[in-house]
Design a protein around this ligand. Structure first.
Ligand code: IVH
Length: 708
């Protein structure tokens, strides 16, 4: 099989070949599908985003010039359709069923299901265990994807099970859903599964809504349902969705595998996203039974990137499924075994103010204790005054509280009509409740802030906890309670004070045994050996999260360079924009912050300083920021090899020559690109010239400014 040609090789094709454009378009479609699968489904991108965009643009241009080349499965068709007046009804070829719910959330729920199946199959105690496929019950909405000859033709919601709505145009914007199936594909294949929104995508979406002062979504399921049923696809596309396949609808021309689990494997091989957390369990109990899976996933639930509300058990054998059949709208062979709900009702006893690390004042609802998402919750965030007002929360109200994953519990809404007689509206304090400093709200911002800085004990405590957390320098055992004691007792004011604590001072604290004090001292000692990214992140510079800290460390190599870097230099770091650069500069412009760094170093905190190496610091690479175009056949390097070398050297390879091209590398039989380079005056290199450029410590040839 020949490698698809990344570099517009069509210009080399003999004139008699069947439409080079058609071939190129097909090759581009294949490539883009393959890259999109790796990116969205496997989460393992194979090329940089910019390169993908370039291939995409090339295909778009080809299709625009030759509309006959446009196919419905083309990746360009993920682009937005037009605003609709309403959705067209779609009759499901095979009804979309629902599953019976086992409300018993304990292990006995799984046992009851197994017992029922065995009874219905007339199995006795001596018969072997039944094999069940166990998978997650995703909390999104069911979708039927209809593929004809491997191409996605319709996507429909479940509706009433008989008839749903045509949401194809929105579903096409979901990157994880293949527009085209891989491999030998059935004539007709309807894949059923759940469209959902990841928690991080949901949080980010709500954060954006909050910043804009717009309505937030109650939970990821509502946000996903809203996105799928959005009449304006441009809005739908801004609400990132994901998908997992879990079943089939109509099938023609495919020998469906004999078990549910093998069927999911087959769908996965066709490029459908299938959740990795699934198993085949033998019977209900025992180490590999349903109960064990339910418990294992229950423990994992908080750390999953998406919401689940239970586990689904399905009889694995399709033959047995057929024998069991259906009752009303539900198969007898499947059951949903729930987990404790992630949303509950409770009452607001009060509204408190919490002061965070950056001085942000957060209104927090004090609640009547309620069991949500597996823990007892007594506080839930109201985010800010605007959100609190929009949700119209007052003391005494009955509210819906949501707690999912590691996300802090939040009040998602008030249950209407249950408000006691008269309660005054909540007001933000004008002085910080912790330190008494003035509270301000900057123009255009929704948050109120305490202006006390590190004078404010609340901010100091949060700064210490931030520094001590696992993702920063990690000081094991330094938690809320201890930090409260250290700050309130005046033992610790700044980060370096931590390292002045000895066993004596610690052991003198309330409820602190000698052994614990020794452990803390050992943990402090251990935390001194850290890395530059952890240390930087730990300093708690506004807008500098873990990723930015890593980028800064990689770019500058040494903290002194970062502390002294002017904004322009900071802006050269990947993903650092003006707001972040400003914030870093402001932080290190404060003498007391530099003092903190110095004192921490003096206390013995060290990290591996590294010279920005050639591999690590992109800016020092010979082809950094350069765009090259390859054309023709090079004497020794294949195009893939040349491209890899250029990219390793920090350069980019583009498919076509423009004013922005820095160099064209031309080999034998170079065609129109060479001509274009000559017309535009772009420097032309041969392979030896390229090699010289690659070997040079800095650009060997005089820099050619892009002429735009
Ligand atoms: S199977 C014949 N599997 O739960 C069985 N459903 O009431 C059809 N769901 O509407 C559904 N995760 O939206 C199945 N792994 C899973 C599921 C799942 C979530 C949803 C689906 C369906 C509802 C069942």
């Amino acid at each position: 099989m020949s490698q698809p040609d990344l570099f517009g090789g069509s210009e080399l094709a003999p004139a008699s070949a069947p439409s080079p454009e058609a071939e190129r378009a097909a090759a581009l479609r294949e490539l883009l599908h393959a890259h999109a699968h790796r990116y969205y489904v496997l989460d393992d991108p194979s090329i940089p985003d910019a390169e993908y965009d370039k291939l995409f643009a090339e295909l778009q241009a080809l299709e625009a010039a030759h509309p006959e080349l446009l196919t419905p499965d083309s990746p360009t068709q993920r682009v937005l359709g037009k605003v609709l007046d309403g959705f067209t009804p779609v009759r499901h070829a095979v009804p979309m069923l629902s599953i019976r719910t086992e409300t018993d959330t304990e292990a006995s729920g799984a046992e009851a299901f197994d017992a029922r199946i065995r009874r219905e199959l007339c199995l006795t105690e001596t018969d072997p265990p039944v094999a069940y496929a166990a998978e997650l019950k995703f909390d999104g909405l069911a979708i039927n994807l209809r593929y004809e000859h491997g191409v996605l033709v319709t996507a429909a919601t479940r509706g009433d099970g008989e008839q749903g709505e045509d949401v194809t145009q929105n579903i096409r914007t979901v990157g994880q859903i293949p527009l085209k199936l891989q491999g030998a594909v059935p004539e007709v294949l309807e894949v059923r599964g759940e469209v959902y929104m990841r928690r991080d995508d949901f949080e980010a979406l709500n954060e954006r809504q909050r910043e804009k002062g717009e309505k937030t979504f109650v939970n990821p399921r509502n946000a996903a349902a809203g996105a799928v049923r959005q009449l304006d696809p441009a809005i739908a596309a801004q609400r990132p969705l994901s998908f997992f396949a879990y079943g089939l609808g109509e099938v023609q021309g495919w020998e469906v595998p004999a078990t549910h689990s093998a069927m999911l494997d087959a769908l996965q091989a066709m490029g459908m996203p299938v959740c990795e957390h699934r198993t085949v369990a033998l019977g209900a109990t025992g180490p590999d039974g349903l109960v064990a899976f339910h418990q294992r996933m229950g423990a994992l639930r908080d750390s999953l990137p998406f919401d689940i509300d239970g586990i689904v058990y399905k009889v694995d054998s399709r033959a047995l499924q057929e024998r069991l059949g259906f009752v009303s709208r539900e198969p007898r062979w499947a059951v949903a075994h729930k987990y404790p709900a992630q949303e509950q009702l409770t009452q607001v006893d009060g509204i408190d103010i919490q002061v965070g690390r950056t001085g942000k004042l957060t209104p927090v609802a004090r609640l009547k204790p309620v069991f949500v998402g597996g823990v007892t919750v007594t506080n839930a965030t109201l985010h800010n005054l605007f959100e609190l007002r929009r949700k119209r929360v007052r003391v005494g109200d009955t509210v819906i509280v949501r707690r999912a994953g590691d996300v802090i519990p939040e009040v998602v809404g008030v249950v209407a009509g249950e408000r006691p007689a008269y309660v005054p509206n909540f007001r933000m304090p004008v002085h910080c409740p912790v330190c008494g400093s003035t509270v301000v709200r900057e123009r255009g911002e929704v948050d109120h802030r305490c202006t006390g800085g590190l004078f404010c004990a609340a901010q100091r405590k949060q700064a210490l906890l931030h520094f001590a957390q696992r993702r920063a320098v990690e000081i094991e055992g330094l938690g809320d309670k201890l930090v409260d004691q250290l700050v309130d007792g005046g033992l610790v004011r700044t980060l370096p004070d931590l390292y002045k604590l000895g066993v004596m001072k610690l052991a003198a604290l309330d409820r602190m045994a000698d052994k614990s004090a020794q452990n803390i001292v050992a943990a402090l000692e251990k935390s001194k050996q850290t890395t530059l990214p952890r240390f930087l992140f730990g300093l708690g510079i506004r807008h500098v999260g873990e990723a930015t800290a890593k980028d800064l460390a990689r770019h500058f190599g040494q903290i002194d360079r970062i502390m002294d870097a002017p904004e322009e230099q900071l802006l050269a770091v990947r993903d650092v924009g003006p707001v972040v650069a400003r914030s870093i500069r402001t932080f290190f412009d404060q003498p007391h912050n530099r003092e903190v760094v110095e004192q921490l170093r003096a206390a013995g905190v060290t990290w591996t300083e590294h010279e920005p190496s050639a591999a690590a610091d992109a800016a020092s690479l010979p082809l950094f920021g350069k765009t090259l175009v390859l054309t023709g056949t090079l004497p020794t390097l294949s195009r893939e090899e040349a491209k890899a070398l250029i990219e390793e050297a920090g350069g980019k390879v583009a498919g076509s020559v423009s004013k922005k091209t820095h160099y064209v590398v031309a080999g034998e039989e170079a065609g129109s690109k060479l001509e274009k380079a000559q017309t535009l005056g772009v420097p032309i290199l041969d392979e030896a010239g390229l090699q010289a450029l690659l070997a040079s410590p800095s650009p060997a040839l005089p820099e050619v400014p892009p002429q735009d």
